[in-house]
Ligand binder design. Structure first.
Ligand SMILES: C[S@@+](CC[C@H](N)C(=O)[O-])C[C@H]1O[C@@H](n2cnc3c(N)ncnc32)[C@H](O)[C@@H]1O
Length: 269
C-alpha cells in the first residue's frame, strides 16, 4: 500500500505539479477508493499498474482531477478585483487600442466563481471601459469543476460565500434552491481544460492573468516554470494576480509588484 501511495504522489507531482505530502495520504485514499470500481480496478496497486501502462489519457485525467483541491469563492480576497477597477482598467483603457478587446485569463478557475467575479467587475465598469470589449478565458486541469463552471449553476450555500445579495439578484436566475448565472454575464466567457505544466504554445497574449491559489501546491522549480510560462503569455505592461499566500519573490523577475496592491503584479518592462 505505501508503495502505491508513493507512486500516486509521484504521478500527480510529475503530471500536474501538485505536491501531496505523506500527510495527505488520507486525501488520496478517500478520494480514489470510491472510484476504483468505476475504473475497473480492485486496489490502489492495480490503479498504479494501469497508470504506468497509460500515463496519459482519460484515466490519468480522472485520477488527477480527483486529487485536486478546488476550494474557491466569489470575489476572493477582494483586493485583486479592486485593483482591476481602480488601476488596471484605467491603465488599459488609456493605452490599448479601442478596437482591441481586453484579454483576461483565469488560469486555475475551479468551478468558475473567479471568472464570474471578474465578469461582474468588468460589467460594472462599463463607463470606464467606454465601449471597449473584453473576453475571459477560464481554465483548470480538473474537468468536473470546469463542467460546473460552464453550467453556471451554484447551490444556495455556494452563492452565500462572498457574493453580495444585490449581485446575486442582478446576475443570477433563481432556479428554486439553486442559482444560474444569467446568459448576458456568460456571453464573453469561454472555459477550457488546460494544465499549467503543459500549456499550448500559441495561447494569448493576455492583458490580465489571474493565477490564484494554485502555485501553493507546487514546488519552487515548478512555480518558476509556470511563472515563466505565464510571463510569455502576458502582453507588455500586462498584469498578474496571485493568491494571498503566493509571491513571485525569488522565483521570477518577469513580474514586478504593483505598489499598494498586495498580490498584484505588472509585467516587468
Ligand atoms: C484552490 S483552487 C483555486 C481557485 C481560484 N483560482 C481561487 O483562487 O479561488 C486551485 C485550482 O487549481 C487547479 N489546478 C491544480 N493543478 C493544476 C494544474 N497543473 N493546471 C491547472 N490547474 C490546476 C485545481 O484543479 C483547482 O481547481
Amino acid at each position: 500500500m505505501s508503495g502505491a501511495m508513493e507512486a500516486l504522489r509521484g504521478f500527480v507531482r510529475d503530471n500536474a505539479g501538485i505536491n501531496l505530502g505523506a500527510d495527505k495520504d488520507y486525501l488520496v485514499v478517500s478520494r480514489l477508493k470510491p472510484q476504483l470500481t468505476s475504473w475497473n480496478v480492485a486496489t490502489l496497486d492495480g490503479l498504479v499498474d494501469r497508470l504506468r501502462a497509460q500515463p496519459k489519457g482519460s484515466l490519468a485525467s480522472q485520477v488527477i482531477a480527483a486529487l485536486t483541491i478546488n476550494e474557491t469563492l466569489w470575489f476572493r480576497d477582494q483586493k485583486p478585483f479592486e485593483a482591476l477597477k481602480s488601476v488596471i482598467i484605467p491603465d488599459l483603457v488609456s493605452r490599448v487600442p479601442a478596437d482591441r478587446p481586453i484579454a483576461i485569463w483565469s488560469a486555475a478557475c475551479s468551478s468558475g466563481q473567479e471568472v464570474y467575479s471578474i465578469a461582474m467587475t468588468m460589467r460594472e465598469e462599463e463607463q470606464q471601459l467606454r465601449g471597449r470589449r473584453f473576453g475571459i478565458l477560464g481554465s483548470d486541469i480538473c474537468e468536473p469543476v470546469l463542467a460546473r463552471a460552464r453550467s453556471g449553476i451554484y447551490s444556495q450555500f455556494e452563492v452565500q460565500r462572498g457574493l453580495p445579495v444585490q449581485r446575486l439578484v442582478k446576475y443570477f436566475e433563481d432556479l428554486g434552491g439553486e442559482w444560474r448565472v444569467r446568459t448576458e454575464l456568460r456571453a464573453n466567457i469561454e472555459f477550457r481544460a488546460l494544465n499549467l505544466l503543459d500549456l499550448p504554445q500559441n495561447m494569448g497574449p493576455f492583458d490580465i492573468i489571474f493565477c490564484r491559489n494554485v502555485l501553493i501546491y507546487f514546488e519552487p522549480p515548478i512555480k518558476k516554470a509556470v511563472l515563466a510560462s505565464l510571463a510569455a503569455r502576458t502582453r507588455p505592461g500586462g498584469y498578474l494576480a496571485l493568491g494571498g499566500a503566493e509571491t513571485t519573490l525569488g522565483l521570477t523577475a518577469a513580474f514586478t509588484p504593483l505598489p499598494g496592491w498586495a498580490g498584484v503584479y505588472r509585467k516587468t518592462a
